[in-house]
Design a protein around this ligand. Structure first.
Ligand code: PLP
Length: 427
Protein backbone atom coordinates (compact mmCIF):
# COMPACT_ATOMS: atom_id res chain seq x y z
CA UNK A 1 0.00 0.00 0.00
CA UNK A 2 1.25 3.48 -0.86
CA UNK A 3 1.93 5.74 2.10
CA UNK A 4 -0.79 8.32 2.66
CA UNK A 5 0.22 11.85 1.63
CA UNK A 6 -0.84 13.06 5.07
CA UNK A 7 2.02 10.91 6.47
CA UNK A 8 4.58 11.98 3.87
CA UNK A 9 3.65 9.94 0.77
CA UNK A 10 3.12 11.57 -2.62
CA UNK A 11 -0.37 12.91 -3.40
CA UNK A 12 -2.70 10.97 -5.69
CA UNK A 13 -3.80 14.13 -7.50
CA UNK A 14 -1.25 16.62 -8.89
CA UNK A 15 -2.39 20.14 -7.89
CA UNK A 16 -1.88 21.40 -11.45
CA UNK A 17 -4.59 19.02 -12.70
CA UNK A 18 -7.38 20.77 -10.78
CA UNK A 19 -8.95 23.64 -12.73
CA UNK A 20 -11.23 26.35 -11.42
CA UNK A 21 -14.82 27.24 -12.28
CA UNK A 22 -16.10 28.73 -14.55
CA UNK A 23 -14.23 27.86 -17.74
CA UNK A 24 -13.49 31.15 -19.53
CA UNK A 25 -13.14 31.53 -23.27
CA UNK A 26 -12.04 34.25 -25.67
CA UNK A 27 -15.73 34.52 -26.56
CA UNK A 28 -16.47 35.60 -22.96
CA UNK A 29 -13.72 38.21 -23.08
CA UNK A 30 -14.88 39.54 -26.46
CA UNK A 31 -18.48 39.77 -25.21
CA UNK A 32 -17.48 41.89 -22.22
CA UNK A 33 -15.06 44.07 -24.22
CA UNK A 34 -17.79 44.76 -26.78
CA UNK A 35 -19.80 46.45 -24.02
CA UNK A 36 -17.06 49.09 -23.71
CA UNK A 37 -17.36 49.81 -27.41
CA UNK A 38 -21.16 49.98 -27.28
CA UNK A 39 -20.97 52.75 -24.69
CA UNK A 40 -24.12 51.34 -23.03
CA UNK A 41 -23.18 50.24 -19.55
CA UNK A 42 -26.49 49.72 -17.80
CA UNK A 43 -30.26 49.98 -17.94
CA UNK A 44 -33.14 47.54 -17.87
CA UNK A 45 -33.61 48.18 -21.61
CA UNK A 46 -29.91 47.86 -22.46
CA UNK A 47 -29.25 45.44 -25.34
CA UNK A 48 -27.54 42.68 -23.39
CA UNK A 49 -30.12 42.83 -20.58
CA UNK A 50 -32.99 42.39 -23.04
CA UNK A 51 -31.20 39.70 -25.05
CA UNK A 52 -30.21 37.74 -21.93
CA UNK A 53 -33.79 37.80 -20.66
CA UNK A 54 -35.10 36.46 -23.97
CA UNK A 55 -32.38 33.83 -24.30
CA UNK A 56 -32.77 32.55 -20.73
CA UNK A 57 -36.58 32.48 -20.98
CA UNK A 58 -36.30 30.51 -24.24
CA UNK A 59 -33.75 28.12 -22.76
CA UNK A 60 -35.95 27.52 -19.69
CA UNK A 61 -39.27 27.48 -21.51
CA UNK A 62 -41.00 30.35 -19.65
CA UNK A 63 -42.75 33.48 -20.86
CA UNK A 64 -40.94 36.09 -18.78
CA UNK A 65 -37.47 36.67 -17.39
CA UNK A 66 -35.94 39.70 -15.67
CA UNK A 67 -32.21 39.98 -15.09
CA UNK A 68 -31.22 41.24 -11.62
CA UNK A 69 -28.02 41.89 -9.71
CA UNK A 70 -28.16 38.75 -7.48
CA UNK A 71 -29.99 35.53 -6.77
CA UNK A 72 -31.22 37.06 -3.53
CA UNK A 73 -32.84 39.99 -5.37
CA UNK A 74 -34.40 37.56 -7.88
CA UNK A 75 -35.86 35.58 -4.95
CA UNK A 76 -37.09 38.75 -3.26
CA UNK A 77 -38.83 39.66 -6.53
CA UNK A 78 -40.25 36.11 -6.71
CA UNK A 79 -41.80 36.52 -3.25
CA UNK A 80 -42.98 40.12 -3.51
CA UNK A 81 -44.38 39.88 -7.04
CA UNK A 82 -47.01 37.40 -5.79
CA UNK A 83 -48.33 39.94 -3.31
CA UNK A 84 -46.76 38.24 -0.28
CA UNK A 85 -45.92 40.64 2.55
CA UNK A 86 -46.55 41.61 6.17
CA UNK A 87 -48.52 39.03 8.13
CA UNK A 88 -47.91 36.24 5.61
CA UNK A 89 -45.93 33.04 6.12
CA UNK A 90 -43.82 31.23 3.54
CA UNK A 91 -42.69 27.63 4.01
CA UNK A 92 -38.98 27.07 3.33
CA UNK A 93 -36.60 24.15 3.90
CA UNK A 94 -34.39 24.11 7.00
CA UNK A 95 -31.45 23.18 4.82
CA UNK A 96 -30.57 25.89 2.32
CA UNK A 97 -28.45 28.98 2.01
CA UNK A 98 -30.18 31.44 4.34
CA UNK A 99 -30.71 33.88 1.49
CA UNK A 100 -33.87 31.85 0.69
CA UNK A 101 -35.37 32.83 4.03
CA UNK A 102 -33.92 36.35 3.83
CA UNK A 103 -35.88 36.90 0.60
CA UNK A 104 -39.07 36.21 2.60
CA UNK A 105 -38.04 38.48 5.48
CA UNK A 106 -37.09 41.27 3.04
CA UNK A 107 -40.76 41.64 2.21
CA UNK A 108 -41.76 41.53 5.86
CA UNK A 109 -43.16 38.01 5.59
CA UNK A 110 -42.27 35.17 7.97
CA UNK A 111 -40.27 32.06 7.01
CA UNK A 112 -41.59 28.81 8.51
CA UNK A 113 -39.11 25.96 8.26
CA UNK A 114 -39.67 22.34 7.24
CA UNK A 115 -37.16 19.48 7.42
CA UNK A 116 -35.62 17.90 4.31
CA UNK A 117 -36.24 14.47 2.82
CA UNK A 118 -33.46 11.92 3.38
CA UNK A 119 -31.38 11.29 0.29
CA UNK A 120 -32.10 14.39 -1.79
CA UNK A 121 -31.64 17.14 0.88
CA UNK A 122 -34.59 19.06 -0.60
CA UNK A 123 -37.73 20.00 1.36
CA UNK A 124 -39.71 16.95 2.49
CA UNK A 125 -43.18 17.18 0.90
CA UNK A 126 -44.53 14.82 3.59
CA UNK A 127 -43.63 17.34 6.32
CA UNK A 128 -45.14 20.44 4.69
CA UNK A 129 -48.83 20.21 5.55
CA UNK A 130 -48.19 20.13 9.31
CA UNK A 131 -46.63 23.62 8.99
CA UNK A 132 -49.44 25.25 7.02
CA UNK A 133 -51.40 27.86 8.99
CA UNK A 134 -54.05 30.44 8.15
CA UNK A 135 -51.13 32.84 7.44
CA UNK A 136 -49.40 30.62 4.88
CA UNK A 137 -49.28 32.07 1.36
CA UNK A 138 -46.58 30.05 -0.39
CA UNK A 139 -44.23 27.08 -0.34
CA UNK A 140 -40.66 27.89 -1.36
CA UNK A 141 -38.79 24.68 -2.28
CA UNK A 142 -35.06 24.98 -2.87
CA UNK A 143 -33.44 22.87 -5.59
CA UNK A 144 -30.31 22.29 -3.61
CA UNK A 145 -26.89 21.07 -4.78
CA UNK A 146 -28.31 20.81 -8.30
CA UNK A 147 -31.10 18.42 -7.24
CA UNK A 148 -34.71 19.31 -8.01
CA UNK A 149 -37.14 19.29 -5.11
CA UNK A 150 -40.00 16.83 -5.62
CA UNK A 151 -42.35 19.38 -7.17
CA UNK A 152 -45.25 17.01 -8.01
CA UNK A 153 -46.46 16.50 -4.42
CA UNK A 154 -45.52 20.09 -3.52
CA UNK A 155 -47.75 21.47 -6.30
CA UNK A 156 -50.56 19.15 -5.17
CA UNK A 157 -50.32 20.43 -1.58
CA UNK A 158 -50.21 24.02 -2.84
CA UNK A 159 -53.31 23.47 -4.97
CA UNK A 160 -55.20 21.84 -2.09
CA UNK A 161 -54.48 24.79 0.24
CA UNK A 162 -54.58 27.61 -2.33
CA UNK A 163 -50.88 28.48 -2.01
CA UNK A 164 -48.27 29.71 -4.45
CA UNK A 165 -45.11 27.73 -5.19
CA UNK A 166 -41.94 29.81 -5.46
CA UNK A 167 -38.73 28.16 -6.62
CA UNK A 168 -35.19 28.79 -5.42
CA UNK A 169 -33.19 27.42 -8.35
CA UNK A 170 -30.02 29.34 -7.49
CA UNK A 171 -28.10 26.06 -7.50
CA UNK A 172 -30.00 24.18 -10.19
CA UNK A 173 -29.94 25.67 -13.71
CA UNK A 174 -31.16 22.81 -15.90
CA UNK A 175 -32.16 20.33 -13.17
CA UNK A 176 -35.41 18.56 -13.99
CA UNK A 177 -38.31 17.08 -12.05
CA UNK A 178 -40.69 14.77 -13.92
CA UNK A 179 -38.92 15.80 -17.14
CA UNK A 180 -39.46 19.57 -16.71
CA UNK A 181 -36.79 22.13 -15.88
CA UNK A 182 -37.05 23.67 -12.42
CA UNK A 183 -38.04 27.31 -12.67
CA UNK A 184 -40.53 26.58 -15.43
CA UNK A 185 -42.93 24.73 -13.11
CA UNK A 186 -43.31 27.10 -10.15
CA UNK A 187 -45.37 30.33 -10.07
CA UNK A 188 -42.19 32.40 -9.80
CA UNK A 189 -38.56 31.41 -9.38
CA UNK A 190 -35.14 32.95 -8.73
CA UNK A 191 -31.77 31.87 -10.14
CA UNK A 192 -28.35 33.10 -9.03
CA UNK A 193 -25.52 33.57 -11.51
CA UNK A 194 -22.83 34.26 -8.95
CA UNK A 195 -19.32 32.94 -9.56
CA UNK A 196 -19.86 29.41 -8.27
CA UNK A 197 -23.18 28.69 -9.97
CA UNK A 198 -23.82 26.33 -12.95
CA UNK A 199 -24.55 29.48 -14.96
CA UNK A 200 -21.95 31.96 -13.80
CA UNK A 201 -21.51 35.66 -14.53
CA UNK A 202 -19.50 36.56 -11.43
CA UNK A 203 -22.52 38.12 -9.69
CA UNK A 204 -26.12 38.30 -10.84
CA UNK A 205 -29.57 36.76 -10.84
CA UNK A 206 -32.56 35.91 -13.01
CA UNK A 207 -36.24 36.14 -12.05
CA UNK A 208 -38.63 33.99 -14.11
CA UNK A 209 -42.37 33.46 -14.30
CA UNK A 210 -45.25 32.62 -16.62
CA UNK A 211 -47.51 34.97 -14.65
CA UNK A 212 -47.93 38.32 -16.43
CA UNK A 213 -48.95 40.21 -13.29
CA UNK A 214 -46.00 38.85 -11.29
CA UNK A 215 -43.72 39.89 -14.15
CA UNK A 216 -45.16 43.42 -14.12
CA UNK A 217 -44.80 43.80 -10.33
CA UNK A 218 -41.29 42.29 -10.30
CA UNK A 219 -40.25 44.73 -13.02
CA UNK A 220 -41.30 47.70 -10.86
CA UNK A 221 -39.67 46.24 -7.77
CA UNK A 222 -36.40 45.85 -9.65
CA UNK A 223 -36.16 49.55 -10.39
CA UNK A 224 -37.37 51.81 -7.57
CA UNK A 225 -41.07 51.03 -8.04
CA UNK A 226 -41.04 52.88 -11.35
CA UNK A 227 -42.26 51.75 -14.75
CA UNK A 228 -39.46 52.27 -17.26
CA UNK A 229 -40.39 51.38 -20.83
CA UNK A 230 -37.90 51.26 -23.70
CA UNK A 231 -38.49 54.08 -26.19
CA UNK A 232 -40.78 56.06 -23.85
CA UNK A 233 -39.86 59.10 -21.72
CA UNK A 234 -39.24 58.09 -18.12
CA UNK A 235 -42.06 59.25 -15.86
CA UNK A 236 -40.01 59.49 -12.67
CA UNK A 237 -43.02 58.35 -10.68
CA UNK A 238 -42.73 55.55 -8.14
CA UNK A 239 -45.90 53.45 -8.14
CA UNK A 240 -44.80 51.65 -5.00
CA UNK A 241 -41.83 50.64 -2.94
CA UNK A 242 -39.00 49.32 -5.09
CA UNK A 243 -35.32 48.48 -4.86
CA UNK A 244 -32.30 48.94 -7.09
CA UNK A 245 -31.76 45.48 -8.48
CA UNK A 246 -30.50 46.41 -11.96
CA UNK A 247 -27.54 44.58 -13.38
CA UNK A 248 -24.48 45.82 -15.28
CA UNK A 249 -24.09 45.29 -19.02
CA UNK A 250 -20.64 43.70 -18.52
CA UNK A 251 -22.33 41.04 -16.42
CA UNK A 252 -25.26 40.63 -18.82
CA UNK A 253 -22.93 40.17 -21.79
CA UNK A 254 -20.78 37.70 -19.84
CA UNK A 255 -23.86 35.77 -18.72
CA UNK A 256 -25.14 35.50 -22.32
CA UNK A 257 -21.80 34.12 -23.39
CA UNK A 258 -21.77 31.59 -20.54
CA UNK A 259 -25.37 30.57 -21.25
CA UNK A 260 -24.22 29.23 -24.63
CA UNK A 261 -22.10 26.67 -22.75
CA UNK A 262 -24.55 25.81 -19.96
CA UNK A 263 -25.90 22.59 -21.45
CA UNK A 264 -22.43 21.31 -22.36
CA UNK A 265 -21.08 22.22 -18.93
CA UNK A 266 -24.01 20.48 -17.22
CA UNK A 267 -23.38 17.41 -19.39
CA UNK A 268 -19.74 17.43 -18.25
CA UNK A 269 -20.83 17.60 -14.59
CA UNK A 270 -23.25 14.69 -15.11
CA UNK A 271 -20.62 12.54 -16.76
CA UNK A 272 -18.14 13.09 -13.93
CA UNK A 273 -20.84 12.53 -11.29
CA UNK A 274 -22.03 9.28 -12.92
CA UNK A 275 -18.48 7.96 -12.99
CA UNK A 276 -17.83 8.89 -9.34
CA UNK A 277 -21.13 7.44 -8.09
CA UNK A 278 -20.49 4.12 -9.87
CA UNK A 279 -16.96 3.92 -8.46
CA UNK A 280 -17.93 4.94 -4.93
CA UNK A 281 -20.55 2.18 -4.85
CA UNK A 282 -17.60 -0.22 -4.58
CA UNK A 283 -15.41 1.77 -2.19
CA UNK A 284 -16.36 1.20 1.46
CA UNK A 285 -16.27 4.30 3.67
CA UNK A 286 -17.68 6.93 1.29
CA UNK A 287 -20.81 6.96 -0.89
CA UNK A 288 -22.10 9.09 -3.72
CA UNK A 289 -25.57 10.67 -3.93
CA UNK A 290 -28.91 8.97 -4.58
CA UNK A 291 -31.02 10.15 -7.53
CA UNK A 292 -34.78 9.49 -7.43
CA UNK A 293 -36.11 8.19 -10.78
CA UNK A 294 -38.26 11.29 -11.43
CA UNK A 295 -35.35 13.72 -11.16
CA UNK A 296 -32.25 14.62 -13.13
CA UNK A 297 -29.77 16.70 -11.14
CA UNK A 298 -27.10 19.03 -12.55
CA UNK A 299 -24.59 18.53 -9.72
CA UNK A 300 -23.96 22.09 -8.61
CA UNK A 301 -22.16 20.22 -5.83
CA UNK A 302 -21.20 16.57 -5.83
CA UNK A 303 -22.15 15.32 -2.35
CA UNK A 304 -20.52 12.40 -0.58
CA UNK A 305 -21.70 10.54 2.50
CA UNK A 306 -19.27 9.36 5.17
CA UNK A 307 -19.75 5.74 6.28
CA UNK A 308 -17.19 4.68 8.93
CA UNK A 309 -19.15 1.51 9.75
CA UNK A 310 -18.31 0.13 6.27
CA UNK A 311 -14.63 0.15 7.27
CA UNK A 312 -15.37 -1.49 10.61
CA UNK A 313 -14.39 1.72 12.39
CA UNK A 314 -16.23 2.35 15.63
CA UNK A 315 -15.41 6.06 15.85
CA UNK A 316 -17.61 9.15 16.17
CA UNK A 317 -18.81 10.50 12.80
CA UNK A 318 -17.22 13.93 13.31
CA UNK A 319 -13.80 12.42 13.96
CA UNK A 320 -14.00 10.06 10.99
CA UNK A 321 -15.19 12.83 8.72
CA UNK A 322 -12.44 15.23 9.84
CA UNK A 323 -9.74 12.57 9.38
CA UNK A 324 -10.96 11.53 5.91
CA UNK A 325 -11.18 15.18 4.89
CA UNK A 326 -7.64 15.79 6.14
CA UNK A 327 -6.25 12.65 4.47
CA UNK A 328 -7.99 13.26 1.14
CA UNK A 329 -7.03 16.94 1.26
CA UNK A 330 -3.38 15.90 1.52
CA UNK A 331 -3.94 13.67 -1.55
CA UNK A 332 -5.12 16.78 -3.46
CA UNK A 333 -8.85 16.00 -3.16
CA UNK A 334 -10.84 18.86 -1.66
CA UNK A 335 -13.87 18.08 0.51
CA UNK A 336 -15.78 21.08 1.80
CA UNK A 337 -18.36 21.67 4.49
CA UNK A 338 -21.02 24.15 3.49
CA UNK A 339 -23.82 24.75 6.05
CA UNK A 340 -23.01 23.97 9.69
CA UNK A 341 -26.46 24.21 11.30
CA UNK A 342 -30.09 24.22 10.11
CA UNK A 343 -30.98 27.74 8.95
CA UNK A 344 -33.46 28.31 11.83
CA UNK A 345 -30.58 27.68 14.27
CA UNK A 346 -28.65 30.66 12.89
CA UNK A 347 -28.40 33.74 15.12
CA UNK A 348 -30.73 35.84 12.97
CA UNK A 349 -33.59 33.45 13.84
CA UNK A 350 -32.53 32.85 17.41
CA UNK A 351 -32.27 36.58 18.16
CA UNK A 352 -35.26 37.58 16.00
CA UNK A 353 -34.04 41.17 15.78
CA UNK A 354 -34.84 41.40 12.07
CA UNK A 355 -34.99 45.01 10.95
CA UNK A 356 -34.67 46.05 14.60
CA UNK A 357 -37.37 46.11 17.27
CA UNK A 358 -38.26 42.53 16.27
CA UNK A 359 -39.72 43.45 12.89
CA UNK A 360 -41.14 41.62 10.91
CA UNK A 361 -42.05 39.08 13.64
CA UNK A 362 -43.43 41.88 15.84
CA UNK A 363 -45.49 43.34 12.98
CA UNK A 364 -49.12 43.86 14.20
CA UNK A 365 -50.42 42.24 10.99
CA UNK A 366 -48.79 39.02 12.06
CA UNK A 367 -50.20 38.61 15.56
CA UNK A 368 -48.74 35.14 16.00
CA UNK A 369 -45.88 33.96 18.18
CA UNK A 370 -43.34 31.83 16.37
CA UNK A 371 -40.18 30.26 17.75
CA UNK A 372 -37.27 28.76 15.86
CA UNK A 373 -35.56 25.68 17.31
CA UNK A 374 -32.57 24.20 15.51
CA UNK A 375 -33.25 20.77 17.08
CA UNK A 376 -36.58 20.42 15.29
CA UNK A 377 -34.93 19.32 12.01
CA UNK A 378 -33.26 15.91 12.62
CA UNK A 379 -32.81 15.01 8.93
CA UNK A 380 -31.07 18.33 8.27
CA UNK A 381 -28.83 17.84 11.31
CA UNK A 382 -27.93 14.29 10.23
CA UNK A 383 -27.28 15.42 6.66
CA UNK A 384 -24.91 18.17 7.81
CA UNK A 385 -23.07 15.73 10.10
CA UNK A 386 -22.64 12.94 7.57
CA UNK A 387 -21.94 14.71 4.27
CA UNK A 388 -19.54 17.04 2.53
CA UNK A 389 -19.11 18.26 -1.03
CA UNK A 390 -16.32 17.19 -3.31
CA UNK A 391 -14.41 20.04 -4.92
CA UNK A 392 -13.87 20.63 -8.63
CA UNK A 393 -16.44 18.20 -10.07
CA UNK A 394 -17.08 20.60 -12.93
CA UNK A 395 -15.65 21.49 -16.35
CA UNK A 396 -13.05 22.22 -17.56
CA UNK A 397 -12.10 19.24 -15.35
CA UNK A 398 -13.00 15.91 -16.87
CA UNK A 399 -13.29 12.23 -15.95
CA UNK A 400 -9.45 12.15 -16.09
CA UNK A 401 -9.37 14.12 -12.86
CA UNK A 402 -12.14 11.97 -11.38
CA UNK A 403 -10.02 8.87 -12.09
CA UNK A 404 -7.28 10.39 -9.95
CA UNK A 405 -9.87 11.16 -7.28
CA UNK A 406 -10.92 7.50 -7.28
CA UNK A 407 -7.28 6.44 -6.90
CA UNK A 408 -7.09 8.76 -3.91
CA UNK A 409 -10.31 7.39 -2.39
CA UNK A 410 -9.06 3.81 -2.75
CA UNK A 411 -5.69 4.72 -1.27
CA UNK A 412 -7.10 6.49 1.80
CA UNK A 413 -10.14 4.33 2.50
CA UNK A 414 -8.19 1.16 1.78
CA UNK A 415 -6.04 1.88 4.84
CA UNK A 416 -8.36 1.95 7.87
CA UNK A 417 -5.42 1.44 10.22
CA UNK A 418 -3.71 4.55 8.91
CA UNK A 419 -7.00 6.42 9.27
CA UNK A 420 -7.31 5.22 12.88
CA UNK A 421 -3.79 6.52 13.53
CA UNK A 422 -4.74 9.87 12.02
CA UNK A 423 -7.91 10.05 14.11
CA UNK A 424 -5.83 9.42 17.25
CA UNK A 425 -3.29 12.07 16.23
CA UNK A 426 -6.03 14.61 15.56
CA UNK A 427 -7.41 13.99 19.05
C1 PLP B 1 -29.77 28.09 -2.48
C2 PLP B 1 -29.35 29.52 -2.69
N1 PLP B 1 -30.27 30.49 -2.59
C3 PLP B 1 -29.95 31.77 -2.77
C4 PLP B 1 -28.66 32.16 -3.07
C5 PLP B 1 -28.37 33.62 -3.21
O1 PLP B 1 -27.77 33.94 -4.43
P1 PLP B 1 -26.85 35.23 -4.53
O2 PLP B 1 -25.60 34.95 -3.76
O3 PLP B 1 -26.62 35.40 -6.00
O4 PLP B 1 -27.63 36.36 -3.95
C6 PLP B 1 -27.67 31.18 -3.19
C7 PLP B 1 -26.28 31.50 -3.54
O5 PLP B 1 -25.49 32.09 -2.96
C8 PLP B 1 -28.02 29.84 -2.97
O6 PLP B 1 -27.09 28.89 -3.05
Amino acid sequence: MKELAVFGGSPAVPAAMVQTWPPLTQEDRDAVLAVFDSNILHGTSAPNALALQKEFADWLGVKYCLVTNSGTSALHMAVASLGIGPGDEVIVPAFTYWSTAAAVLHHNAIPVFVDIEPGTWCIDPAAIEAKISSHTKAILPVHIHGMAANLGPILAIAKKHGLYVIGDACQAHGATCDGRKVGSIEDTCGFSTNRSKNLSSGEGGLFVTNNEEAYRVAGMLREFGEVVVKGKDREYNAYGLGWMYRSHEFVNAFCRSQLRHLDANNAGRKEMAAYLTAELANIPGLKGPVTPPNREPVYFSYIVEFRPQELGLDVPMDKYKAAVQRALGAEGIGLGQWQHVPVPAQSVFQDMEGYGKGCPWSCPFYGRKITYRGDDYPVTIAFIAEHAYLAAVHPPNTVDLMQRYVEGFKKVLGQPKALTKLIEQMG
